[in-house]
Each structure stands twice: as structure tokens, then as C-alpha cells.
Design a protein around this ligand. Structure first.
Ligand SMILES: *Cc1c(COP(=O)(O)O)cnc(C)c1O
Length: 447
């Protein structure tokens, strides 16, 4: 098995208060040059990153529990990925697969056809972003079924383009004042065991009943869902919810799209979260963790669906760029060689046991959930299930300022999510958790 080697010292090291003077200078320049609509979670500006650390312009070394939003599972400067990128860039950066094609695209497609759930005949098409993959999965489903309606779920996040904004559930900040949105999108209740109290079969029956009454199964082209909802709050559906929905979709000729943009590529302890549920999606959308940080996205699925599209109906100038493909091949091979799915399961054990103790000590953690290296805490007012978004934001900000990068999420803004690089060391993860824990103990008044 490939051993994980680090180039930078794997340590939290603060040499200035955060943000330091050079980060503050860059923030001032940014304010005059970069659109205000782009936000950043942490106030520091990065110059170097490796394994579980990000080094900023002032020389501070931060613990990374975000992976650039579940992207750099193999590390942010994985040596195999960096070498593959440099080698490919020295020879050919772009020709456009739609003009003069190249082998790397085919190799990525072959790997994804093999790795994704199900042993049926598959095809793959490559894009640049998760939103673009989702848009194209919906295009394929509509064309192949001759139907228009698309079902999405409460707490869903599928991107920021017009169609994917329509599919995304949360108004602020993703949708507010950006309408009108694409038509023929219908939203159904998802399974949220901590809040709805339903078992998987009950939650699925409710959603199916509403689809049948409000849309009619024969009008539905596709049903799209994240097997673990990411931005919505790391919501793991109750057991049985997804298999019931998938069976019903198959019986009704509805294309089931698993959006695994955040959950894919070893993050949940399997190659895909669909594997954990025992479901086989008709189409699966992928991006984030696919290429060690290079922009690449994919739709993989049933050959009969993807081959139904007329030649020229799918594509894009940059989709499946040669450098991004070289990175994906190196990243996927590394994930297999270093057995990153097993590491994700190990990171889950460490995080859960620490967070369970923190939950008992503080009384403000309503729920600990997720899978693999995708674990979150839901922060509530003590003794209730009332979301505490204010405390959540305070804790995240203070944790970032103490040199540990964490992200928030959730429909109610009260989730702190942990997405460490899968290659983070045991000691560094534990230190990151302890910093988060001591901030939470302080702010929750149980120091
Ligand atoms: C991030 C994300 C997207 C959008 O991906 P982009 O690359 O940001 O366009 C879509 N679906 C899910 C589940 C995501 O987490």
C-alpha cells in the first residue's frame, strides 16, 4: 500500500494573530478588485498546502478540516497529481475533445465506468463543474424519457447556475433575487431523521405519494438527490429511504440521478455513498474530489440513456481538459493505492468518539451525523432542537481564527461540518478537533 508522505511539517503554527498583516493587506486589495458577492470562510490568504495543513502569506500553518469543500481528499499538492499535471501541461494543455480528442478523456471514462455502482454497461461524459454535470444529467434524462418534470428535495444543493439554483432548496444566499428560475422543478420532503422522526420507508412513502398526486409519475423525467445532503447539513437519510425511492423510480421509468459531487471519491468510506446504501443510480454526477483539486466533473450512467443523445448534443469547450484528466487519473489511482476509503472510515471513528464526548459535555450538540470523513454537528439551544445559527457562526469564526479551518452549512445555518483531507495525520485531526472542542466549550459556557 502507498504510504502517505508529507512535504510540509504537519503542525498548527501561529506566528501572527489571524488574520496576519499580509492577509489584511490582501483583504484590502481584494475589496477593491473582487466582486463582493464572493465570500470566504477563513480570513487568511493561502500560499502553500500539503496533507492536512494550509500555510498562509504570513507564515501561519493552519489545520485544514475543509479540503476546499471536499475537493482535496488526496491532499492539496499531492505529489502524484502534481507530477501528472506538470507532465501533461508540458506536452499539451488543450485541444478540445470535440476538435481533436485524446486518450486521457477515455481513460477517465473507463475508470469511472468501472468504479461507479453497478456492473451494467455505462458511458461517461466530462465537464468542468458540479453544476454543469447536474445540468447535463437533467438534459440526458429529459431527452431519453421525453418527459419534463424533475423532482428535487428539501435541503438540496445542486449548484448556482440557473437550472441548478432551481434545484437547490435554500434561498439565502443561493437564490434570493436571482430569479426567475427554470420551470418544471418540483420539491419534495427529504428524510431528516433528527427532525422528522420518520423511518426511511415512511419518509419515502410520503414523498412518493406527493409526487403521484402533485405531478403524476408518468410526467417525471428524473429524480435527483444527494445520498448524503451536503450544503443542506450532512443529512443522512433514514435507512430504507433511498432504496424505496430508487425502486419506485425504476418501476415508473423515472431516471434516478445520484448527485455525488460532494460524497464521491472515498469521502464517505466507500468510493461512492450510493455503495453504502446498496443503490445503483441510473446516472451519477461527480466533481469535487475527482481530480485532486483540478476542475473536472462527470456524468456516468446507463449506456442506453447517455447514448440516446444525438452526436453534438453534449459537450463544452473545456470539458475533460487534458490536464484535469491527467490529474484525475493520478488522484483516482492514488486513492486506490493508499486505500483512502479505509482511511475515511478510520477518520470517522476518531471524529465520532471525540464529538460524542463533546456532545455530553456541552449540551448544545443536538446531532452528530455523516459518514466517513464527512461528519457534522448540529448546534441547538440546550434542551431543545431549536437551531442556534448565532453560536454556530461564532464557533466557526473563533475556530478559524485559532488556526483550524472549518466550514458551516445547513438549511438553518447551524451545522459545523468536518471534511478533512483523507490524508490528514491522526495527530493533526485530533488537534483540530480539540481546538474546535475548546472553542465550543468556551462559547457554550461550559469551559
Ligand atoms: C458543490 C456541489 C455542487 C456544485 O458543484 P460546483 O462545482 O460548485 O458547480 C453540486 N452538487 C453538490 C451535491 C455539491 O456539493
Amino acid at each position: 500500500m502507498t504510504a502517505i508522505v508529507y512535504r510540509l511539517a504537519q503542525e498548527r503554527r501561529l506566528v501572527t494573530p489571524l488574520p496576519g498583516p499580509k492577509s489584511l493587506e490582501l483583504a484590502a486589495r481584494r475589496g477593491k478588485a473582487v466582486a463582493a458577492g464572493v465570500g470566504s470562510s477563513a480570513p487568511v490568504y493561502a500560499v502553500d498546502a500539503d496533507g492536512g495543513v494550509i500555510v498562509d502569506v504570513d507564515g501561519n500553518s493552519l489545520i485544514d478540516l475543509g479540503s476546499g469543500i471536499a475537493v482535496t481528499g488526496v491532499g492539496a499538492s499531492n505529489p502524484e497529481v502534481a507530477a501528472a499535471v506538470a507532465d501533461q501541461a508540458a506536452r499539451l494543455i488543450h485541444t478540445c475533445f470535440m476538435v481533436t480528442p485524446y486518450e486521457g478523456y477515455i481513460e477517465v471514462a473507463e475508470r469511472l465506468n468501472r468504479l461507479t455502482p453497478g456492473d451494467h454497461e455505462k458511458r461517461t461524459v466530462l465537464f468542468n463543474s458540479g453544476a454543469e454535470a447536474v445540468e447535463n444529467a437533467v438534459k440526458v434524462a429529459r431527452l431519453a424519457t421525453g418527459r419534463q418534470a424533475v423532482v428535487a428535495f428539501d435541503h438540496a444543493y445542486h449548484g448556482r447556475t440557473n437550472l441548478t439554483m432551481a434545484l437547490t432548496a435554500k434561498a439565502m444566499p443561493y437564490k434570493t433575487n436571482f430569479g426567475p428560475f427554470a420551470p418544471e422543478i418540483y420539491r419534495m420532503p427529504a428524510s431528516y431523521p433528527y427532525r422528522d422522526g420518520l423511518d426511511g420507508k415512511e419518509a419515502a412513502a410520503d414523498a412518493i405519494d406527493r409526487i403521484e398526486k402533485q405531478i403524476g409519475a408518468s410526467s417525471v423525467a428524473a429524480l435527483i438527490i444527494e445520498p448524503i445532503q451536503g450544503e443542506g447539513g450532512f443529512i443522512v437519510p433514514a435507512p430504507g429511504f433511498l432504496p424505496t425511492i430508487v425502486d419506485w423510480a425504476k418501476q415508473n421509468g423515472i431516471v434516478f440521478i445520484a448527485d455525488e459531487v460532494q460524497t464521491g471519491f472515498a469521502r464517505t468510506g466507500s468510493w461512492f455513498a450510493s455503495d453504502d446504501e446498496g443503490i445503483v443510480p441510473d446516472l451519477i454526477t461527480m466533481a469535487k474530489g475527482i481530480a485532486g483539486g483540478m476542475p473536472l466533473a462527470a456524468v456516468t450512467g446507463r449506456a442506453d440513456l447517455l447514448d440516446a443523445v444525438h452526436p453534438g448534443g453534449l459537450g463544452g469547450t473545456y470539458g475533460g481538459n487534458p490536464v484535469a484528466c491527467a490529474a484525475a487519473i493520478a488522484a483516482i489511482d492514488y486513492m486506490a493505492a493508499a486505500d483512502l476509503p479505509a482511511r475515511a472510515r478510520h477518520l470517522e471513528k476518531l471524529s465520532r468518539s471525540y464529538l460524542e464526548k463533546l456532545q455530553a459535555d456541552t449540551g448544545v450538540i443536538g446531532d452528530i451525523r455523516g459518514r466517513g470523513a464527512m461528519i457534522a454537528i448540529e448546534i441547538v439551544k440546550p434542551g431543545t432542537k431549536e437551531p442556534d445559527a448565532v453560536l454556530t457562526k461564532e464557533v466557526a469564526t473563533a475556530t478559524n481564527n485559532a488556526g483550524v479551518v472549518v466550514l458551516t452549512c445547513g438549511t438553518y445555518g447551524n451545522i459545523i461540518r468536518l471534511l478533512p483531507p483523507l490524508v490528514i495525520s491522526h495527530d493533526l485531526l485530533m488537534e483540530g478537533l480539540e481546538v474546535l472542542g475548546s472553542v465550543l466549550r468556551n462559547k457554550a459556557g461550559h469551559a
